[in-house]
Design a protein around this ligand. Structure first.
Ligand SMILES: Cc1cc2nc3c(=O)[nH]c(=O)nc-3n(C[C@H](O)[C@H](O)[C@H](O)COP(=O)(O)OP(=O)(O)OC[C@H]3O[C@@H](n4cnc5c(N)ncnc54)[C@H](O)[C@@H]3O)c2cc1C
Length: 404
């Protein structure tokens, strides 16, 4: 008889895990997936493109209903798991239902961080995580609407771009002295700022939000330096926090995220965690690639094969049309590293490659990111670049020809 396996969370990590398991361990488990959002799993990465009208809603669905049915998966979407009992081996649902499991996987993702300032509860202040947020933003941010986006990271920039494309007058306020400071060095960040401003987004740096003003609805964002920016809509994009509450309530070890070992196992026997909710070797990831790598390892293990997850090297791509940005690894360069820099302000091209002991350890690309995945492979493999270091900055084609 198939072993009951319950996956809590119906997001990108869960969908990939089911896909991988269907290939490796079909029939071994009776899989049930519980998802709080009232829809099939979708590609959350594409929400920015959906907001910017670059894809339509049908494009974001990961798998059609039939795909799940054909794999014998019981889908409980629109259903929130409210308690996990690791001793009784059951999951309680908000609708009163209860599912028994032999093994369980937590794939509950993250929640957006809301700022701890006055006024965040007023109507017209929102975060950007779900497809429902895209619908709400579109309703409120028609042509001429005044929008303030708080946060100049990847998500804030993508939200600002999408809303500006919809005709809103967008101001992006960011606490730090440059955009995407966790992925870009100052040169690339300055180029990015110019490009974003050219697309109609006003950028205000080193700006700390003091409060959001408005009685019934949002009216303005007030900065600590006294500036007041009028707003009909405020989008807070101040980062995410792993969704570890359910696990913590169940007595499973959690710090920032749910603590997992190299086998993606939590502190509770037979309970695993993958994706943004998981904390592995002290690291919580906010990107989809690590979630997919974890899903692949867990699928192998659940199929009874040895596999181990050793962590992921992060790479970031910004999805603002016409603005190509890529960043991976140690892009700032620790002590003991060297940077090869190619900068053509006229063409709007910038490449910085960080080298340590003849190995590529980080890269920032702006303008032409076509070689990004090649640089990422070099970082991940740790292979020596000594044989083609002269041409490394000019990209794969030239460097490999020179090395041949
Ligand atoms: C607008 C946007 C753009 C992004 N762009 C990129 C990008 O370009 N590149 C990139 O790598 N990453 C990007 N990301 C991040 C990426 O989407 C996430 O890394 C990925 O979705 C993580 O997958 P996950 O399954 O861990 O979490 P999620 O996809 O968030 O799935 C978790 C699911 O669990 C559900 N859930 C939570 N608690 C419960 C519960 N108690 N009961 C039932 N269900 C529950 C949630 O409702 C959610 O549907 C972006 C994210 C956003 C919001």
């Amino acid at each position: 008889m198939s072993e009951p396996l319950v996956i809590i969370g119906n997001g990108m990590a869960a969908a990939r895990l089911v896909d991988d398991m269907a290939k490796r361990a079909l029939g071994r488990y009776a899989i049930a997936v519980i998802g709080e959002e009232p829809r099939l799993a979708y590609n959350r990465v594409l929400l920015s493109s959906l907001l910017a009208d670059e894809v339509v809603a049908a494009d974001v669905e990961l798998k059609p209903a039939r795909w799940w049915r054909d794999r014998g998966v019981t889908l409980r979407y629109g259903s929130r798991a409210v308690a996990l009992d690791v001793a009784a081996r059951t999951v309680a649902l908000a609708d009163g239902g209860r599912l028994a499991f032999s093994k369980a996987v937590l794939a509950t993702g993250s929640r957006p961080i809301q700022l701890a300032i006055p006024g965040v509860d007023v109507a017209g202040v929102m975060t950007f995580r779900d497809i429902g947020d895209v619908d709400a933003m579109r309703m409120r941010a028609g042509p001429g609407a005044r929008v303030v986006v708080i946060g100049g990271g990847l998500l804030g920039l993508e939200a600002a771009h999408g809303l500006a494309k919809a005709g809103a007058r967008v101001t992006l306020v960011h606490l730090m002295d440059r955009l995407m400071e966790r992925q870009l060095d100052p040169v690339a960040a300055a180029m990015l700022r110019r490009a974003v401003e050219a697309r109609g987004v006003e950028v205000v740096l080193e700006a700390e939000t003091a409060r959001i003003a408005g009685a019934q609805r949002v009216e303005a964002v007030e900065l600590t330096d006294g500036r007041i920016i009028p707003a009909d809509l405020v989008v807070v994009a101040a980062g995410v926090r792993p969704n570890a509450a359910l696990a913590a309530q169940a007595g499973i070890a959690a710090n920032r995220g749910i603590v997992v070992d190299d086998g993606l196992a939590t502190s509770a026997p037979g309970v695993f965690a993958i994706g943004e909710c998981a904390e592995h070797r002290g690291q919580c990831y906010g990107l989809v690639e690590p979630a997919y790598e974890q899903a692949a390892v867990l699928a192998q293990r659940l199929a009874g094969r040895p596999a181990s997850y050793a962590g992921s090297v992060l790479a970031t791509n910004l999805k603002v049309s016409g603005v190509d940005v890529f960043s991976a690894g140690d892009f700032l360069g620790r002590d003991g590293t060297e940077a090869i820099v190619l900068h053509d302000p006229g063409l709007g091209v910038y490449r910085k490659l960080v080298i340590a002991q003849d190995r590529l350890v980080g890269a920032v690309l702006y303008g032409d990111t076509g070689d990004g995945l090649w640089y990422l492979d070099l970082i991940r493999s740790g292979q020596s670049v000594a044989g083609f270091r002269d041409d490394l900055a000019f990209g794969r084609a030239l460097a490999l020809r020179a090395a041949a």
